[in-house]
Design a protein around this ligand. Structure first.
Ligand code: BGC
Length: 266
């Protein structure tokens, strides 16, 4: 199976680091022109776009806070102005503001929901509007556009001390499936990826040392995920190789969502 995203345009939100950066690079390697969106960290986003261009690809780093409607609108407008169309959205921006619920501030609740959930709604809406406006592009893809939502195993697994984050990811599941039901007839594909413990900055406190050892007990495969594990799946899910996959969440978690604590009879 040869995967090519030649002549396609991809927008990746939250692409200055972690899963977003890895996915942006992989999409570019597969031939897509890539918008590397960032909010606060211009330098690594610009460096990534530059690296893609040096390797012969097309890339542009663009700033936008995905929780702000006007900034999302401007981000999509610039993307289309620059590359002429949009074929793939990876709605990836997300953050954690961890606290026990009794101590959680309303500000931390709101911020996580605004970025992780409202941001995904605003970006999906902007992508849908663009896909519908530009119409089918059968010479680049069977689908009229593809949206991939970045979810988490915590759309399924409750997570004490992270109620805001788990609530945002649980909601992404129904956001994604509702949109998929709505636009499937228009040839637009909508799916999600639910990563487990992938080694990135977001979880560096829990993936190292003794905590890291305990974390491994929650992963049947016995290893942490790598950014590439997710990036490979993003490219496949964005390509025609997965054309009949619609409204699905792909768990990429080494088995974390299998409730491994029950392995020895609970
Ligand atoms: C979180 C990580 C965590 C992983 C597994 C992810 O969604 O962002 O911090 O390690 O889930 O618990």
């Amino acid at each position: 199976m040869q995967i090519s995203l030649q002549h396609q345009v991809a927008l990746v939100t939250g692409a200055s680091s972690g899963l977003g950066a890895g996915a942006a690079e992989a999409l570019a390697e597969a031939g897509a022109a890539v918008v590397v969106n960032y909010n606060r960290h211009a330098e690594p986003a610009e460096a990534l776009a530059e690296r893609i261009r040096e390797n012969g690809g097309k890339a542009l780093a663009l700033q936008a806070d995905v929780s702000q409607e006007d900034q999302v609108e401007a981000l999509f407008a610039r993307t289309v102005e620059t590359f002429g169309a949009l074929d793939i959205l990876l709605a990836n921006s997300g953050l954690q503001k961890d606290a026990a619920t009794v101590d959680m501030t309303l500000a931390d609740w709101n911020q996580v929901l605004q970025v992780n959930l409202t941001g995904q709604f605003l970006c999906a809406r902007a992508a849908l509007r663009q896909f519908i406006k530009q119409g089918p592009r059968p010479w680049v893809s069977r689908a009229q556009g593809k949206i991939i939502h970045m979810s988490s195993v915590h759309q399924l697994i409750p997570w004490a001390g992270h109620a805001n984050y788990a609530a945002s990811k649980g909601a992404i599941d129904l956001l994604m499936r509702s949109i998929a039901q709505e636009v499937g007839g228009q040839g637009i594909r909508v799916n999600a990826i639910a990563p487990g413990a992938i080694k990135t900055a977001i979880n560096q406190d829990t993936t190292q040392g003794e905590k890291g050892q305990r974390l491994l007990e929650l992963i049947p495969q016995g290893r942490l995920g790598e950014v590439q594990d997710i990036a490979n799946a993003v490219v496949w899910l964005a390509s025609d190789a997965s054309d009949y996959i619609h409204g699905t969440t792909l768990f990429i978690d080494g088995g974390m969502s299998l409730y491994p604590g029950f392995k020895d009879n609970g």
